[in-house]
Design a protein around this ligand. Structure first.
Ligand code: ZN
Length: 267
């Protein structure tokens, strides 16, 4: 039996339109739902999806999975046998995002859209450098993505509020992260920059609780976040040169934060 209708990714009209515009620059966008087996903790793809072999290349990488498990979805720019933007949805966390699928997919299309406009992006490497590359790119790109989602009247903040509020709830029973988890500091710093830039002036009852959570869990991110915010507010991410400078500045600041001495640094 041909599993055509169910295997095909259905997109809302707003997303279908945007995907078409991105593809007009010459690179196709493929979307896949990545299934998760909780017992074996393994990820798999449905049979028969377009570009299956391209997605598989990422899903067999340990480092990629380490990052992917924290995400609702991701976009990777595949430049191998045929250039493609691969959008993957993390079905392991579907219960968290399913009601807001358009917002999740729109965000990942946004990353492909920026690639299609030839903005510079940090090169992905394995290990901590890869973590820094992801969060550096995100800080600069999310400024443009938020603006474009607003322009297209795609609601992205409802889901954002929901996931931030959920993170606050989950953190209540958690202690501070381990001092040698260097990526988590970069991830938290990038998220706080996003929140303060993207939700400024928005009605959000959870704001104080969110700020208090960061202060309790990772107070050391604050000076880095303040520095990055000042820089971002005085530069234009739509300008390719300033965008590139932003990547250099942010990468350096996140790197310093990640490598900052913690209690466990010298034994
Ligand atoms: Zn993003």
């Amino acid at each position: 039996m041909l599993a055509v209708p169910l295997a095909a990714q259905t997109l809302t009209p707003a997303l279908e339109q945007w995907k078409k515009e991105i593809e007009a620059a010459g690179v196709p966008v493929l979307v896949a739902r990545v299934n998760h087996d909780a017992t074996a903790n393994t990820y798999s793809l449905p049979d028969g999806i377009e570009g299956r072999e391209l997605f598989v290349e990422y899903l067999k990488q340990y480092d990629f999975i380490q990052q992917f498990q924290h995400m609702y979805g991701v976009m990777v720019h595949y430049k191998g046998v045929r250039e493609t933007y691969l959008v993957m949805l993390n079905m392991a966390r579907a219960n968290e995002w399913q009601a807001n699928e358009e917002a999740v997919l729109a965000h990942e299309l946004g990353h492909a859209w920026i690639k299609s406009r030839k903005f510079p992006t940090p090169v992905y490497q394995t290990g901590l450098a890869g973590c820094l590359a992801i969060h550096t790119g995100d800080i600069a790109q999310h400024v443009l993505i938020r603006k474009e989602l607003d322009r297209r009247s795609i609601d992205h903040r409802t889901f954002w509020f929901k996931s931030l509020d959920r993170a606050v709830e989950q953190s209540r029973t958690m202690g501070q992260p381990a001092g040698d988890d260097r990526c988590i500091r970069a991830r938290q710093a990038a998220e706080l920059v996003d929140v303060r830039l993207g939700l400024a002036g928005q009605e959000w009852p959870g704001r104080d609780n969110y700020e208090a959570m960061v202060k309790r869990m990772l107070p050391e991110v604050e000076p880095t976040v303040a520095e990055i915010l000042e820089w971002m507010r005085s530069h234009d991410m739509d300008d390719v040169d300033q965008h590139r400078q932003a990547l250099r500045f942010v990468f350096d600041r996140l790197k310093a934060l990640a490598y900052a001495r913690s209690a466990a640094y010298i034994l």
